[in-house]
Design a protein around this ligand. Structure first.
Ligand code: CP
Ligand code: NVA
Length: 313
């Protein structure tokens, strides 16, 4: 019998800063190349015979679709599991699930609640684990968002992003990304919903500023972005949040105060008339459809990097 193969220690993408700036720059270059190939209907199958296992403990449209389609387009297969119809929903320890799943799949994507869950999974996984959204972070979203910014405006270094609304998982990830890429985030939340730097995993306060008035946060920004007032898992607070966030809507006046060429992004799904006015999300400054599409290209580049390292063909 041949000796047991000991798995090399896998790279994970659990938080945005798990990849260095140099590695993220590489992923963006690959995203561009992979996107161009996809648009040209050119077959590119570097992950032939590889299997992605996707575990969803919360709902999703974009994340499921982009990972599943992405893995097929790279020549591999994707398997969808959710808490409702797997043993995960019946109390199987996450450590045991990680041991088993990572012996059958080559890469895992998880959407769950606390960050600690995905960290426990990763510690027991033989293969790379990707965060597809937790209560704390949404790193794949910001990968797509920064790639979208670069496509429209070039490097994000030195630029200003205005975050209007809840200091949630998407906001925390913007704040981490600002440290990696050296840009600034102006955050405006209602009182009581401010950024918690420790929860966001920040090294300091150099890359963000908090504003009581959302107009002050938006003034002069290169990008204005927002998200739902109530994230998944916080539905019980919905009515209270609707009252608390009523003055934190991104509207046309706010986009004017930013600058006429300021971009608008939203990770989606959006609630027109709540966190964003229809005239903004459906208006000329909005790049939300490019942003959503880029989930596909950037995650394909991410999976390629985590499984094959830096390749350049
Ligand atoms: N933006 C995002 O992650 O969308 P889904 O919840 O549809 O996956
Ligand atoms: N902050 C939102 C993002 C959804 C993609 C949530 O966690 O529900």
């Amino acid at each position: 019998m041949s000796p047991a193969i000991s798995p090399a220690s896998p790279r994970h993408f659990l938080e945005f800063r798990d990849l260095s700036r140099d590695e993220l720059d590489h992923v963006f270059l690959r995203s561009q190349r992979i996107k161009a190939r996809f648009k040209a209907y050119e077959r590119y199958w570097p992950l032939q015979d590889r299997t992605l296992v996707m575990i969803f403990e919360k709902a999703s449209t974009r994340t499921r679709l982009s990972f599943e389609a992405g893995m097929h387009q790279l020549g591999g297969a994707a398997i969808y599991l959710n808490t409702r119809d797997s043993q995960l929903g019946r109390g199987e320890p996450v450590e045991d699930a990680a041991q088993v799943i990572s012996r059958m799949g080559d890469i895992v994507m998880i959407r769950t609640f606390e960050q600690a869950i995905i960290e426990r999974f990763a510690k027991n996984s033989r293969v790379p684990v990707i965060n597809g959204l937790t209560n704390e972070y949404h790193p794949c979203q910001i990968l797509a968002d920064i790639f979208t910014f670069i496509e429209h405006r070039g490097s994000i270094q030195g630029k200003t992003v205005a975050w209007i609304g809840d200091s949630n998982n998407v906001c925390n990830t913007w704040l981490q990304a600002a440290e990696v890429f050296d840009f600034k985030v102006n955050v405006s939340t209602p009182p009581g919903y401010e950024v918690e730097p420790e929860r966001a995993g920040l090294n300091g306060a150099k890359h963000f500023a908090q504003f009581a008035d959302p107009m002050d946060a938006a003034r002069g920004a290169d990008l204005v972005t927002t998200d739902v007032w109530t994230s998944m898992g916080f539905e019980a607070e919905n009515e209270e949040r609707k009252r608390d966030f009523a003055d934190w809507q991104v509207d046309a006046e706010m986009m004017q105060i930013a600058a006429p060429d300021t971009l608008f992004m939203h990770c989606l799904p959006a609630h027109r008339g709540e966190e964003v006015a229809a005239e903004v999300i459906d208006g000329p400054q909005s790049v939300v459809w490019d942003e959503a599409e880029n989930r596909l290209h950037t995650q394909k580049a991410l999976m390629e990097f985590l499984l094959l390292g830096k390749i350049n063909d």
